[in-house]
Design a protein around this ligand. Sequence first.
Ligand code: CA
Length: 369
Amino acid sequence: MKRRDFVKQLGAGALVAGTVAAAGCSGQQQVEKDSTRGSAKTYHWKIVTTWPKNFPGMGTAVNKLVALIDEMSGGRLKIKVYGAGELVPAFEVFDAVSSGTAEMGHGAAYYWKGKSEAAQFFSTVPFGLTAQEMNAWLYYGGGMELWQELYQPFGLIPVAAGNTGVQMGGWFNKEINSPADLKGLKMRIPGLGGEVLRRLGGTPVNLPGGEIFTSLQSGTIDATEWVGPYNDLAFGLHKAARYYYYPGWHEPGTTLECIINQQAFAGLPGDLQAIVTNACKAINIDLLSEFTARNNTALYQLLMDHKVALRSFPENVLKELRRVADKVVAELADRDPMAEKIFTSFRTFQKQAMAWNNISERAYLNTRV
Ligand code: CA
């Protein structure tokens, strides 16, 4: 259909009833007849992201997601990708989708702790669930239902759409030999991990990915975590810091999210709704697989080509981080009834998962050392 016919059709009020709410919500959504599918309509959506456009892993996963939705829907749902800062700044993604400026967003739930502190449970919790355990909790342990309940008042539907796996502990320009070495450290570290650092005398900073390298290089921050070898290498963080610490105690399996505007979603026919949610599910697994595969080669490059100094946090540091982290999480549950409800579910699930994982994954991995 030609553009002028489409405009004429809109002017003639030819929008189908089911799409009116969705169109009203964004004010820009376009609905047109798809000449190849009879009465089938084509929907045009926008997805805003907290990542730089095309950033390896998170950014490219969003590109894959919209391509998959396009393919699965036979071209009936077209989604345009906007990287951080293109339509809205990285940390305004939640508001943009909530208000309908965009129909979808991709990011991580701990970025929205200013909206609801309880959101952090749905990205990652220090010393919490691994990637596999997060997926198990979300899909089969009641986590997904709680997440939907939490985002409902914001007019949003959350869907898991990626997982980084265990992250790295971060980049430092001095060695961390005791908890005292964290004192006075200005570090980019989001979510509950950041609060743990604060309690130990550091200053957590929450910066979008795209601003990390410059901030570290210019000395605006002393240290940073980002994701893992694959993503950290892409930002060139090894050029701005000497020591690369593990493990990522603060992000043991970070779930990335798609958020969908409720009204826009309600305006889609059932098959397109199923395509959107199941494409996100496919990306959820795809991205974890990609991180797992590419971290291997990127770590090798960092160590062999760039001579990065790899360090593990000493046991006394991890022990202290864990003691404080448990306190931080418990206090969050104490001051917010919804956080308490989620924490109860999360903690119960983690206890069971640990019992099983100790005699499965851990027992097996120990045989490979
Ligand atoms: Ca991180």
